[in-house]
Ligand binder design. Structure first.
Ligand code: CA
Length: 242
């Protein structure tokens, strides 16, 4: 089946072999994905830092560094799905990649339909248990479509920057639980930022303001509870207007 692939999901495709990468990237783009290509681990790391993609397609055999270094790096910072694309003969590396936090793998050569099916499944799961069968997370009046990168409040689209979106996603994917400042900072900004609590304060304020503009009742902003000295929590028992 072809189906409509998640239109705006942003993929980072790491593969050093141009002849392999180019046609697959073109196919994914034709199916509506936004694809950023990287041919080395260095390029991949820079793209990860700058763009925070929704999913990473990762070849393990890269010319400058082992692809496993990217798995470890991304996993220290975020839950972003990683799909390993491994060659025959890389079985050991593939297992190591999964043990270190990659989510799934495909062995080359693979079919494009299979690749797209795996991508769709991983994006659906990306928000954790909070994501429903339609790929959405909903808490109170706020709905996030994980694959489309859209947030609606009471059905009204809210424009968020990539970091605001990522911050909201990390919070919404763990409803009811406290997310520490360090974890949020690492997930949204990167490992070097775990002490920069003022970033969080600023971004949470902006996020609250945007949600409040879309929902003057305050129900959306009441979802965020600051936990002094610890971090933030999104209520899983939002105040109900019933
Ligand atoms: Ca390779």
């Amino acid at each position: 089946m072809t189906g409509v692939a998640a239109p705006a999901a942003h993929l980072l495709f790491v593969e050093d072999d141009d002849a392999t990468r180019a046609p697959i990237a073109a196919n994914l783009a034709a199916h509506g994905y936004r694809v950023v290509e990287a041919a080395t681990a260095g390029e991949a790391t820079r793209a990860w830092d700058a763009q925070r993609p929704d999913l990473i397609l990762l070849d393990l055999g890269l010319p400058d560094r082992d692809g496993l270094t990217i798995v470890r790096r991304v996993r220290r910072e975020a839950t972003t799905p990683i799909l390993i694309l491994s060659a025959r003969g890389e079985e050991h590396d593939r297992v190591t990649a999964l043990e270190q936090g990659a989510d799934d793998y495909l062995t080359k050569p693979f079919g494009l339909a299979e690749l797209r099916a795996r991508i769709t499944a991983l994006l659906r799961r990306a928000g954790g248990g909070a994501v429903d069968g339609a790929g959405q997370m909903t808490i109170g009046p706020v709905t996030m479509d994980v694959a489309r990168r859209e947030v609606h409040v009471n059905g009204r689209l809210v424009e968020l920057t990539p970091r605001e979106h990522e911050l909201l996603k990390v919070l919404m994917s763990r409803p009811g639980t406290v997310v520490t400042r360090g974890r949020l900072l690492r997930a949204v900004w990167g490992t070097g930022y775990s002490e920069e609590s003022h970033y969080l304060h600023v971004y949470v304020s902006r996020l609250r303001r945007k949600l409040a503009e879309a929902d003057p009742s305050g129900r959306a902003t009441d979802l965020f509870v600051a936990e002094p000295g610890v971090g933030y929590r999104v209520r899983d028992d939002p105040p109900d207007d019933a």
